[in-house]
Design a binder for this molecule. Structure first.
Ligand code: PMP
Length: 412
């Protein structure tokens, strides 16, 4: 931003005060957070905390209309059916789907099951002998295993499909979009990509993947770390993907909830195979309330809040000698030209040169900080070994980051 575009200092302060008041009001809606002011939950990439509105929605559902969906002829069952169908529409609305009559929403227990369903029920029937698919080999394992399993299932039927790794830049963790363009050929039929990396926190610039593969290849987006954290608009030309797969439990809803949104514009229509059984109705009630809550808070505003905290943490941590922050060194540098909200989305993974991660996790917990200090489920690389991950959501505060930095500084 040049000087002329920068608002005067007073206005900036007003804006910061407004955002702080907004965040305080949101934070107070998380009972588990406010009940433990001495602690700081910094593990939201694993699962998010739940606001009162979500807990109330589950309680209301279970105490007023609990029944099975699509089966009854009485009001509770009808209300449950309406809940499930209404939540499908709510997911489409949340994702700003411009063609809701064409798309499909399928409820799952989370991203892992969602990606596996896309692989088995959509990708396997779609591919033919000699086709190629591009998938990430250094993102979350949930976004690799299903595609390898699809290749195996096809091979058992005598159909040979080539699985190629989405190329990556050496140190940053980002995809290498130029090398990717060279890999794309007439048999490239599908790409799986990640929206926000669960270890590095970087936005994986999937619009560049779209630019590299051209307009016709379906792209499946693992949005486990982006839904609830930033606006996710899959049909927007800035993203332009065909599947969005996410976990409700990472975006304010109950464990065991999640969804696949399929656009049905490229390749066959997505139809999960077989008998679906009883859906997780309480989880679906929680998902609907979570999406209402997130939309009211504003995913863009949430993203600006957590990006501000992330930048505060990384700018200071990068100047503390014994620490090494993993991934994205260019975008993360204190003098980065990138605006704060394009650097990292609320996830920072780092290691201390002399303190093993288990010990560091233990020390941090003794000061009230809950972080991830074991393996991070990353596929195909040992990059994350010995590291600690801090991951944030809108309930985290500047004061928590400063307290964390004070403890990390005391260990230098
Ligand atoms: N993909 C990414 C990027 C993730 O971070 C995670 C969860 N850590 C998953 C997939 C799997 O999500 P779930 O455990 O909810 O199935």
């Amino acid at each position: 931003m040049n000087d002329r575009a920068r608002p005067p200092a007073g206005k900036q302060r007003d804006q910061a005060d407004r955002e702080a008041a907004w965040q305080r009001e949101l934070r107070e809606q998380f009972p588990i957070v406010t009940a433990h002011p001495e602690s700081a939950y910094l593990d939201s990439a694993a699962t998010s905390q739940k606001p009162r509105a979500v807990l109330d929605a589950v309680q209301t559902y279970l105490t007023t209309s609990n029944a099975n969906a699509g089966r009854g002829t009485y009001p509770w069952a009808n209300r449950t059916t309406d809940l499930v169908e209404g939540t499908r529409e709510r997911v489409k609305e949340f994702l700003r789907d411009p063609e809701p009559e064409r798309s499909t929403v399928h409820f799952t227990s989370g991203t892992t099951e969602g990606l596996r369903t896309v692989a088995r029920d959509w990708l396997v029937p779609y591919l033919s002998d000699g086709d190629e698919i591009l998938v990430p080999f250094a993102d979350h394992r949930a976004n690799l295993d299903p595609w390898l399993e699809a290749r195996r299932l096809l091979a058992e039927r005598g159909i040979d499909v080539r699985v190629r790794a989405l190329p990556r830049q050496e140190v940053s963790g980002d995809y290498d979009h130029r090398a990717l363009a060279d890999l794309v050929g007439p048999r490239t039929r599908f790409v799986a990509a990640t929206h926000v990396h669960h270890v590095y926190g970087g936005d994986m610039n999937v619009h560049r993947v779209r630019a590299a593969v051209g307009p016709d290849v379906p792209i499946c987006l693992d949005a486990a770390q982006s839904v609830g954290h930033l606006p996710v608009e899959p049909a927007d030309p800035a993203l332009d993907v065909d599947f969005v797969v996410f976990s409700g439990h990472k975006s304010m809803a109950l464990p065991g909830s999640g969804a696949v949104w399929a656009r049905n514009a490229r390749g066959p229509v997505f139809r999960p195979a077989g008998w679906q059984g009883t859906p997780n109705t309480a989880g679906i009630a929680s998902l609907r309330a979570a999406l209402d809550w997130l939309d009211a808070a504003g995913p863009g505003r949430i993203a600006r809040w957590t990006a501000g905290l992330t930048t505060r943490l990384t700018d200071r941590l990068s100047r503390l000698g014994p620490y090494e922050i993993l991934g994205c060194p260019v975008s993360l540098a204190a003098d980065s030209v990138l605006p704060a909200d394009q650097r990292r989305h609320g996830i920072v993974t780092f290691r201390h040169h002399d303190i093993p991660s288990d010990d560091l996790g233990f020390i941090l917990y003794s000061h009230g900080f809950m972080v991830r200090a074991d393996s991070l489920c990353q596929a195909g690389t040992a990059a994350e070994e010995g590291s600690v991950r801090v991951s944030l959501h809108v309930y985290n505060t500047v004061e928590e980051i400063d307290r964390l930095l004070a403890v990390l500084t005391s260990l230098t």
